[in-house]
Each structure stands twice: as C-alpha cells, then as structure tokens.
Design a protein around this ligand. Structure first.
Ligand SMILES: Cc1cc2nc3c(=O)[nH]c(=O)nc-3n(C[C@H](O)[C@H](O)[C@H](O)COP(=O)(O)OP(=O)(O)OC[C@H]3O[C@@H](n4cnc5c(N)ncnc54)[C@H](O)[C@@H]3O)c2cc1C
Length: 449
C-alpha cells in the first residue's frame, strides 16, 4: 500500500473551508451569554440560546467548525467512549446514566440533522466495536454485557452476522448512531447559526476570561465582551486561560487518513454489507469507515500529547500515516495495493475519567468538555443542555450525570508521552502475538487441506 503521494490537509479532508468567514469583533459590547469556541459544542449552545430568545454572542478564533468538529471520522456513537470495563469497575453507578446520555446524544444529533435538513450524508447504520482477534472478541462480549446491563442497545455477532468485513473476527453493534460527513454537519450547523439571532464573530481569538463578580469580561485582540454568563466550549484549547480548572483535560492530536476511490466491486467483496463504522478493541483504537465516494477513512492508533499552549497547527506525522497504512493492509488484505490519498488531524481533549464533563466555575462561567473521541454525538447534546440550564436555572438529568460540582480534577494517568508510548507498545505486542497465532492457524489449515 503506497503513501508516496499523500496530500497533507491543513484543515480536513471532508469539506473546504467556508468562503464567507465572518469579521472579527471590533469594539466592545455587552450581552447576556458569551459562548467561546465555535465547534459543534459551542455552536449548539449559542443556537439553543438564540432560539430561546437570549441575547447571545459567539466568539470563534478561526471559523465555526474549524476544529475537531470538521476533522473527525464521522462515526456518530451510541455508547460512551473510553474503556468501558474500567469505567464499569471505577464508576459502576454512573454507567446507566452514561449509557442513557450516549444514546440520547446520538438521537439529538439525528433530530438536529432532520429538523434543519442538513445534507451531511448521514446513514443510521450503527457502529461496531470490532474485534481483530479472539482475545478482542472476549473483551467485546464482556463490554456487551456491561452495556446491556446499563440499559444500552447492542448486538454481538460474528463478522458475517454483523455484516462487517471478514478480516475481523466479529464484534458488537451499537444499534443507535451511524456515519456521516462531519465537515458537512459542522458547516451546516454554522449556516443555521449564522441565520439565527446569535451574534457571531469569527477570526476572534479570546485571550482572557475574567469573572469580575457582577459580570464576566472576555478579552479579544480588538474588543471586549461583558457578559452575565460565559460558556467555555474550546475543547482541547481550554487550557489557554488562567480561569480554566487545573487538569480539566489533556490535549491530544489524532489523525485520519483516506484511501483513493476503490472499485465498488472490491468493496462489495469485503462483506461489509452493514456499512457500519468500526472501532477496534485496542487500548488505543483504530477506526475504519466507508464513505459515499467509495473510499475508506481510517485513523487514530497512536495519540500525540500536546505539551504547551497555544496548541500548534499540526500536520499528521508521515511515520504515523505509514503505520496506519500497514495496519489497514493487515485488516483488509485484499485492498493492500490501494493508495492512501490524503491525511489530516485535529486536537481533542481527553479528560482524566475519559468521560465528558461539564460544570461551572463560580456562578457565571460554564464549561463543557464532551469529547474523548465521542464528541460528534455528545458535544452538541451537552452544549444544548448547558444552554437550557442557563435559561432554566435547572439541569437536565443527562447533564446532571456528567456535572462536576467542584471544578477539581485528578491529574490524568498514563497521558504523558511515556505513558502513551507504553500503551501503544502493549497494543503492538498484542497485535504481533495475534498475528503469529493467525499465521499458525493458517499453516495448520494449509497442511490439513
Ligand atoms: C481525527 C479525529 C477523529 C475523531 N473521530 C470521532 C468520531 O468518529 N466520532 C466522534 O464522536 N468523535 C470523534 N472525534 C472527536 C470529536 O470530533 C470532538 O469530540 C468534537 O468535535 C468536539 O467538539 P467541540 O465543539 O467541543 O470542539 P472543536 O470542534 O475542537 O471546537 C473548539 C473550537 O474552539 C475554537 N477556539 C479555540 N481556542 C479559542 C479561543 N481562544 N478563542 C475562540 N475560539 C477558540 C477552535 O477554533 C474550535 O473551532 C474525533 C476527533 C478527531 C480530531
């Protein structure tokens, strides 16, 4: 599989940047709520507030949808992210709430797409936790039991039963959710927001947020906003200000790559009849999904830690593209000759619990970090619930599930460069062991036949 002519995108492979970027804030203003960050999280908050008749301003450093929201794999998950066995061990009581939140979040996005008729190629295929080995299949079965006990809707089966490629052993299908073009969702949401009563300032990087008691003052290069409430929705970039709680999250860079268009007959031959997006059961997953342009988008496998703010505008590491490409050839041997056409990446925020979190600093500054690789569903939902909480002064039960009473967080474990390298090494070791077992089985089968 060749990576010779990979195009490294500075934005995303899903859409082009908008040509009508809104002007920056120039001067001072006041408002009831200022939302900082125009990803699907912040846009959802601002939109809901505008729809509920609030005087809302949104401030975005680049253009709305510039961050992870347009760069992700487009897999709308119907289950919580993170290591569900570990979560069940550490926070068993939280599982039913997290499960409900995950499914409600996916439905919320589906309803948004339908309500505004957003053309983002959404298909409610579900997604699968896909096992690349018998060991991973055991893990899938354990996770399925946990999810079912927590009220989630999943089905376990072999690759054939689930309609996923035969290179996988089997998996667990999340019945809720599906796949889409996330760039189109983000830019579609941006258009709905621009058409709303919200005042949107793009190219406006917030440099400071200070709660002065009566009001919060938000500073930008060419003007200040005074607001009764502020929503921090900058995801991985949240650590840029003093007001952000310590250890709220760790910034991690992840990438996706896309193949050249593949002959549809070769895709059919894979047995991927369900069209579901796949995530493997490695400690750091690989994801694979089909697109309507007959390509396969795949990614992650290795996490790169951001070490200082402001986070740099990064491009994917060619070594990682190469590594992902080799993994692709293992999972899809019949497509080993397909070329990789492009690669892109983005910053996400990982919380120490690997769960989405939301809360308040003082009475006026709200924050929401709803990602951990599952933000496509959860970020818009949590953003909307935060808006409702500001208007109503009460929290929806799903927001309550992830609400932090005090903005205090333990330091994240294994999230240093060394820890991440170690997790990566364990995954690779398991891959090698499973590869040897697979080859041994093939050898025996060849001798028998
Ligand atoms: C490669 C990749 C693959 C992924 N795959 C999936 C997937 O398949 N499924 C899934 O559910 N999730 C996935 N995710 C995660 C998902 O994309 C995120 O969780 C989600 O987009 C978070 O949305 P957000 O609005 O919180 O953050 P973002 O989209 O990152 O938005 C934050 C915004 O804040 C702005 N900003 C930053 N600093 C400032 C400042 N100082 N002033 C003003 N604005 C500022 C940024 O420009 C940005 O637009 C993936 C992420 C990546 C990067």
């Amino acid at each position: 599989m060749s990576t010779d002519s990979v195009r490294y995108e500075s934005f995303t492979g899903w859409v082009d940047a908008p040509t009508d970027v809104r002007p920056a804030l120039d001067g001072d203003l006041t408002c009831h709520v200022a939302v900082i960050g125009g990803g699907i999280n912040g846009m959802s908050s601002a939109l809901r507030l505008a729809e509920r008749g609030q005087d809302v301003v949104l401030l975005e450093a680049d253009f709305c949808g510039h961050g992870a929201s347009s760069r992700n794999a487009g897999q709308l998950a119907g289950a919580p992210g993170g290591d569900l066995q570990l979560l069940n061990l550490l926070s068993r009581r939280k599982m039913p709430g997290m499960m409900r939140l995950a499914e409600n979040a996916a439905h919320h996005v589906e309803e948004f797409i339908a309500k505004y008729d957003i053309d983002c190629e959404y298909e409610a295929t579900g997604n699968a936790f896909a096992a690349v080995s018998r060991g991973q299949m055991g893990r899938v079965r354990r996770v399925a039991r946990i999810v079912t006990r927590a009220g989630g809707h999943v089905e376990v089966g072999t690759a054939e039963e689930l309609g996923i490629p035969r290179g996988f052993v089997g998996g667990m299908r999340e019945v809720v959710g599906g796949r889409m073009n996330p760039g189109k969702l983000s830019l579609g949401m941006r258009q709905v927001l621009l058409d709303s009563a919200a005042r949107v300032f793009e190219q406006t990087k917030v440099t400071d947020v200070v709660d002065e008691g009566g009001q919060v003052v938000v500073t930008t290069p060419h003007g200040r906003v005074r607001a009764d409430h502020v929503v921090l929705a900058t995801n991985a970039f949240a650590g840029e200000w003093d007001i952000t709680p310590k250890h709220l999250s760790v910034p991690i860079y992840v990438i996706e790559v896309e193949t050249e268009p593949i002959d549809p007959a070769r895709i059919t031959a894979l047995g991927w009849t369900s069209g579901m997006g796949l995530v493997t059961q490695h400690a750091i997953m690989e994801n694979y999904r089909l697109t309507p342009r007959n390509t396969i988008v795949f990614g992650v496998r290795r996490l790169e830690r951001g070490t200082s703010y402001p986070l740099p505008a990064k491009a994917p590491d060619p070594g990682l593209v190469e590594e992902l490409t080799k993994a692709f050839a293992l999972r899809f041997p019949s497509l080993a000759d397909v070329r990789v056409e492009r690669a892109w990446g983005g910053w996400i925020a990982i919380t120490s619990s690997w769960l989405p979190v939301a809360g308040r600093i003082g009475d006026r500054v709200h924050y929401s970090i709803a990602c951990n690789g599952h933000g496509l569903a959860q970020a818009p939902y949590v953003g909307t619930l935060i808006a409702d909480a500001i208007v109503e002064g009460a929290r929806h039960p799903d927001l309550e599930t992830l609400w932090q009473e005090k903005p205090k967080f333990p330091p994240p474990m294994m999230m240093g460069r060394l820890g991440l390298r170690l997790i990566w090494a364990v995954d690779r070791f398991n891959d090698r062991v499973n590869g040897s077992k697979r080859n041994a089985r093939r050898g025996v089968a060849a001798q028998i036949s």
